[in-house]
Unconditional design. Structure first.
Length: 320
């Protein structure tokens, strides 16, 4: 009989805790919410502020954006925050891809609760006009005929532009040389001067030079053609079947956040992302608004880590 008392106590405690969780979800949110993201002025900051403004009215609470410098700071804060729905995260692919390049104090799949895929930004394979290739097939043939002679520019290690190029190298079996630049403007200058011959750039980078004929857009990196670059075919359809790469931003809460709160946040976020004014603001920044279920974001992260993990290992990419 003595053994039954602890069992009853544990059951009672579990019931009480379940009731507390249910009650907190029903009254959520009862105070301001903060969304932690990357530094001021970048795509993460733009995305977080647009989402914060959008969901604030639906949630009936102020939503504050808190900027943290690059290097995993925002991820660390949210992974260690109370799982009550008041500290959230908007971060790009560096959150999950970064764990494949360097050691981080969090496990992306264990320490975060996905809410929704917020947006997607394709890259565009652009070459200097002096490069004789007019298509992806011709570019692959050219790089194979001249191994190690053609350069490509990128930004930060592990960025979407960098990994788009490394995936291209891996799938096409070509040898092109990475040249890193700190600013997008420097990359455009290098491409125009033929210091580098190609780049996987954002759709709004060098648009005027593409129109003038100084640069040539060969293909877009997403699986489907993008309205951001009308008339430009995909890499996959232009000579490299199965190729797909894009920059993405996800919306997260700390792990163990009650399912009812995740559901509420997902509902509000997806509603915002379906608004035409929000889509237009993202589109003007060369970004595609998406919106998804939490499970879809989880599946995307797992697939990205598996696919790009192989590329990162093959290329020997490590934190500098």
């Amino acid at each position: 009989m003595r053994l039954k008392r602890p069992m009853i106590s544990i059951l009672n405690l579990a019931a009480v805790m379940a009731g507390v969780g249910s009650a907190s979800a029903q009254t959520y949110p009862s105070k301001p919410i903060r969304i932690v993201t990357s530094g001021v002025g970048g795509s993460g900051d733009f995305t977080a502020r647009l989402m914060a403004q959008g969901i604030a009215s639906g949630l009936g609470q102020q939503v504050i954006v808190e900027n943290r410098a690059a290097g995993g700071g925002s991820g660390v804060i949210v992974s260690q925050a109370q799982p009550d729905g008041y500290t959230l995260l908007i971060n790009g692919g560096s959150l999950w891809i970064g764990t494949l390049i360097e050691k981080t104090p969090y496990d992306v799949l264990k320490d975060f609760a996905p809410i929704t895929l917020v947006n997607r930004q394709p890259n565009v394979l652009v070459v200097n006009a002096a490069v004789p290739a007019k298509s992806v097939k011709e570019l692959i043939a050219l790089t194979k005929a001249r191994p190690g002679e053609l350069n490509y520019s990128t930004g930060a290690l592990g960025s979407a532009s960098h990994l788009s190029a490394e995936l291209f190298k891996s799938m096409a079996g070509v040898n092109i040389v990475r040249i890193s630049y700190k600013a997008a403007g420097l990359r455009v200058t290098a491409l125009l001067s033929n210091e580098v011959q190609m780049e996987f750039s954002s759709p709004n980078s060098g648009v005027q030079h593409i129109k003038s004929g100084k640069l040539r857009a060969l293909a877009v990196t997403t699986a489907q053609p993008s309205a951001l670059v009308p008339g430009v075919p995909t890499v996959a359809a232009s000579g490299l079947p199965g190729y797909e790469s894009a920059g993405m931003y996800g919306f997260f809460a700390p792990a163990r956040t009650p399912a009812a709160i995740i559901s509420r946040l997902n509902r509000e976020a997806v509603s915002v992302l379906s608004r035409e004014d929000i889509k237009e603001k993202f589109f003007a920044a060369s970004i595609e608004a998406v919106g998804s279920t939490p499970q879809t974001l989880t599946d995307i992260i797992k697939a990205e880590m598996s696919r790009l993990g192989k590329v990162i290992k093959e290329a020997g990419i490590r934190a500098e």
